[in-house]
Design a protein around this ligand. Structure first.
Ligand code: FMN
Ligand code: FE2
Ligand code: FE2
Length: 392
């Protein structure tokens, strides 16, 4: 059965939720599922804003059908060509044969690459405006948020920003549409952060550039391709968070302790560091890198200002789970954080030095001189206190 939500009198959400997949795009756990958003405008012309992932194509088609209720589809705007939003494009175009695709030149080239065919299209670039009657969309180039072809668009009539992957979140909508229908800050923000930091976190300067352009417009609603339509105070909240995240500025004072451990000795020092920090009033988050997916830890590293990574030496290198974590973190362009290491080794503990070297290419990471070395196990409270003091 179709299920749609009215955004306002002229726009309707025709997207869908998916709860069956454990992993998004082959990498990110989605324990709360995922929404694939698409919006349909009924004006003098009818306009579909993006399509959806193949997994939810059937209900999506029913949704469009129910909203059009017999009208033709005139246009399909493609803000982003990644298949989670465009996999059902050809099905839509085959069904609504008169529809014209509106997209950036780069997106149109990608349509050829993905589908091997030409489509009836209008290419748009930064600043172009296309009118559909009462409403028109002004296009804003958003390269690398999350792919190079991405465009956002702005409806000046209703003051809506269609933000593509920007301002998206993991998690389903489960009947809600507006951020005001949930406690967004309490229940959604963490998954919005995990989504942003892992998916677009690497492209901070590009996100900052788009934010600057968006700041010129009056915005009453942000409609992303995943997650809630932002309204009211949640718009300001997310704009503020995006300003911090895109400039790699910590949100909070606090220490993320991420450890890898085979037999538990590194783990017990990690716990002791956590306790000592808490004793001194610090906010602390502790993660076992063998258990918690990197996306959660990376999200918290973007949130807090300090990081302790603890790892055994492993075949003369760094314990594999910590090594993977650091390389992902570096790939996400992490900056402006203080980092310290706890190393462990039974015959030659080298993991601390090697972890520090892994951050060599990172900008603006302050590697603290202090290092805690464990030779198999440790009960050296004085060394621990010294290490923790250097983290304050
Ligand atoms: C596969 C494997 C490779 C290891 N390679 C090294 C090494 O190259 N150098 C070293 O000093 N210890 C090495 N170790 C030993 C661990 O680093 C050491 O026992 C450490 O104390 C384990 O810490 P944990 O109790 O937190 O697991 C290795 C252990 C394993 C299982
Ligand atoms: Fe994307
Ligand atoms: Fe997406």
């Amino acid at each position: 059965m179709f299920s749609t939500r009215k955004v306002n009198s002229d726009y309707t959400w025709v997207g869908a939720d998916r709860r069956r997949d454990a992993i998004f795009e082959g990498v990110f756990p989605i324990p709360h599922g995922m929404s694939y958003n698409s919006y349909l405008l009924l004006d003098e012309k009818t306009v579909l804003l993006d399509t959806v992932d193949a997994s939810v194509k059937e209900v999506f088609l029913e949704n469009i059908d129910s909203v059009l209720s017999g009208r033709e589809l005139d246009y399909v705007v493609v803000h982003h060509m990644e298949p989670d939003h465009s996999a059902s494009l050809m099905t839509v175009l085959d069904k609504y044969k008169n529809a014209t695709v509106i997209a950036s030149q780069k997106a149109l080239a990608m349509i050829g690459q993905f589908f091997g065919r030409e489509v009836k299209s209008i290419a748009v670039k930064e600043g172009d405006v296309i009118s559909f009657g009462k409403h028109s969309l002004k296009f804003i180039a958003a390269p690398m948020v999350h792919w190079p072809e991405v465009m956002m668009s702005y409806d000046a009539e209703d003051k809506i920003l269609f933000s593509a992957d920007g301002f998206g979140s993991f998690g389903t909508l489960s009947g809600t549409l507006f951020s005001s229908e949930v406690d967004f800050e309490r229940d959604v923000l963490d998954e919005a952060r995990r989504y942003y930091t892992n998916i677009v976190g690497k492209y901070g300067p590009q996100v900052a550039a788009v934010l600057k352009k968006a700041a010129e417009a009056e915005i009453e609603m942000i409609c992303p391709l995943h997650g809630h339509t932002l309204v009211g105070k949640d718009i300001q909240l997310c704009l503020e968070k995006y300003t911090l995240w895109s400039t790699y500025t910590p949100e909070k004072s606090g220490v993320v302790i991420a450890y890898g451990s085979i037999y538990g000795n590194t783990e017990s020092v990690a716990n002791a560091v956590a306790a000592e920090l808490c004793e001194r009033g610090q906010e602390v988050r502790v993660y076992d890198l063998s258990v918690t997916d990197n996306s959660y830890v990376i999200s918290d590293v973007f949130k807090y200002d300090r990081l302790v990574i603890c790892a055994p030496t492993y075949n003369s290198g760094v314990f594999v789970k910590a090594e993977q974590f650091i390389s992902e973190l570096v790939a996400h362009n992490i900056q402006k954080r203080k980092v310290a290491f706890v190393e462990n080794g039974t015959w030659a503990a080298t993991s601390g030095k090697q972890m520090a070297e892994m951050f060599a290419k990172s900008k603006d990471m302050e590697i603290l001189d202090t290092k805690f070395t464990i030779k198999s196990s440790s009960n050296d409270k004085a060394a621990l206190v010294e290490f923790v003091k250097n983290l304050l």
